[in-house]
Design a binder for this molecule. Structure first.
Ligand code: HEM
Ligand code: HEM
Length: 185
């Protein structure tokens, strides 16, 4: 039972797989949600979308922190043996950058709202913040709106292209199957 939950040398366990696919869907959905909501006119739909965006965003942050804790208990599987050395390095650094954007997007979003003096909403409005700080809002807003999104587009696209290359071009499906749970060794 536990072996199904924990990673082993060759394969991601149930919890890491569940985490990866849930986060991937939520994260891509949140990028779309953010890009759409900033174009909406003021009104109830806009307010509800902002509330949803903040709630799901904070959930992603909590899941991301949980994931970092989980890594200490369940070590990451070794890189797929069929990969070249440069591919292993690229995958390792790609995963690190993915973690940076995965945590960086919600942290910068929270920072932006907090220092703007807005209400922090998580399912329900939580609290209004004391001293708003405009220069600090600018830093977080720059990160959330202009610096991190291009990094997301590049690293997520490379991540997906990498997986497609291994499965279709190199005909080595292990890279994908170890994240969907087919290999048992
Ligand atoms: C994984 C988590 C998140 C992702 C992927 C994400 C993504 C985005 C994107 C792509 C935009 C549109 C930026 C633009 O083109 O102007 C946006 C806007 C925004 N996000 Fe997030 N976000 C996340 C988490 C959060 C969190 C946790 C908060 C606050 C608690 C937040 C608050 C906002 C706000 C207030 C805006 C609108 C800014 C404006 O009106 O100009 N986001 N987000
Ligand atoms: C449909 C899109 C996606 C596919 C097909 C996909 C596929 C995969 C696969 C097959 C692996 C295992 C690679 C290996 O270690 O051998 C992996 C790992 C990983 N992926 Fe994705 N992925 C997708 C989207 C995302 C997104 C959107 C993120 C985060 C923003 C992400 C973050 C990660 C991370 C951090 C790892 C390293 C393993 C871990 O610590 O969980 N992936 N992905």
């Amino acid at each position: 039972m536990t072996s199904r939950i924990y990673n082993n040398e060759h394969q991601y366990g149930g919890l890491s797989r569940f985490y990866h696919w849930t986060m991937a869907i939520l994260f891509i959905g949140m990028m779309a949600c953010g890009l759409i909501m900033v174009t909406l006119d003021n009104g109830t739909v806009r307010d509800a979308t902002y509330m949803l965006h903040k709630t799901v965003g904070i959930t992603i942050l909590l899941l991301g922190i949980f994931r970092l804790v989980w890594i200490r208990h369940s070590k990451t599987p070794k890189p797929d043996e069929s990969l070249e050395t440069w591919e292993k390095l690229l995958a390792k650094w790609g995963h690190r950058v993915l973690y940076i954007v995965l945590l960086g997007m919600p942290i910068s979003g929270l920072g932006m709202v907090y220092f703007f003096g807005n209400v922090i909403e998580y399912i329900v409005p939580l609290n209004e913040v004391g001293e708003p700080s405009f220069p600090t809002v600018l830093v977080f807003a720059y990160l959330h709106k202009f610096i991190l999104p291009p990094a997301v587009y590049i690293v997520v696209t490379l991540h997906i292209i990498g997986v497609i290359k291994h499965v279709i071009v190199d005909k080595k499906p292990e890279t994908l199957t170890r994240m969907i749970g087919k290999i048992e060794r």
